[in-house]
Ligand binder design. Structure first.
Ligand code: ZN
Length: 218
């Protein structure tokens, strides 16, 4: 049962195609498992279409119609198709499906980031610089206490964590920013795997955690 969903401040720009690729990817993985948010997105898209239809007609520049016809006759060169990335990806716990939205991404193997903690870097073909990570954290383990330099989006693929604000389980979505200072602790029972978008570097309280954060680029 999903308890935490992305807000309108993310779904609206997603509907309008204005959300950054990294953020859109995390929201898309949430949508894969959340019929409620898919319905909300559909409503927002329909609303956007209705607004466009009601917009006042605007006068076109002289010659616009002829230019459009010429472009149809002589289309611009089509960019080479994006070659799908290899399907290899780091293993998820048994029974946890690989999100379809990550299909075109390049994903590293699991790498050590602390006792009981691993991360994998995700590279998006059309925005390789976006800071996207998979985090795999064992039960009872916790991420070091931190705040954020900007927005941080998290989608739980499996397991459960409690960061003092709320408990986040499979399918849940979280958005945090500079105002949130937290320490996610993985609850007993299962390993937790999350997809995370880090808009600006995390600010860890501890010196060692800061060094590891620098090293990972998180
Ligand atoms: Zn949702």
């Amino acid at each position: 049962m999903i308890q935490h969903h992305p807000g309108e401040e993310l779904l609206l720009p997603l509907a309008a195609g204005r959300l950054s690729a990294g953020q859109a990817l995390v929201v898309s993985v949430h949508l894969e498992g959340c019929a409620e948010c898919r319905a909300r997105l559909h409503t927002l898209q329909a609303l956007g279409g209705a607004l466009l239809e009601q917009a006042e007609p605007a006068a076109l520049e002289a010659g616009a119609w002829e230019r459009a016809l010429r472009r149809i006759d002589h289309p611009a060169p089509v960019p080479a198709p994006v070659v799908p990335m290899p399907a290899a990806h780091p293993a998820l716990p048994d029974g946890v499906p690989w999100p379809a939205s990550l299909g075109g991404c390049r994903v590293t193997a699991w790498r050590w980031m602390g006792p009981g903690m691993r991360y994998a870097r995700i590279g998006m073909p059309h925005d390789p610089a976006a800071a996207l990570f998979l985090l795999r954290i064992g039960e009872g383990r916790s991420l070091p206490r931190h705040t954020h330099g900007g927005v941080e989006l998290t989608q739980v693929l499996c397991g459960t964590f409690d960061d003092g604000r709320a408990v986040f389980g499979p399918g849940d979505f979280d958005a945090a920013d500079e105002a949130v200072h937290h320490q996610p602790v993985v609850q007993p029972g299962a390993t937790c795997v999350c997809l995370a978008y880090v808009g600006a570097r995390m600010r860890f309280d501890g010196r060692i955690a800061s060094l590891i954060g620098d090293w990972i680029g998180m």
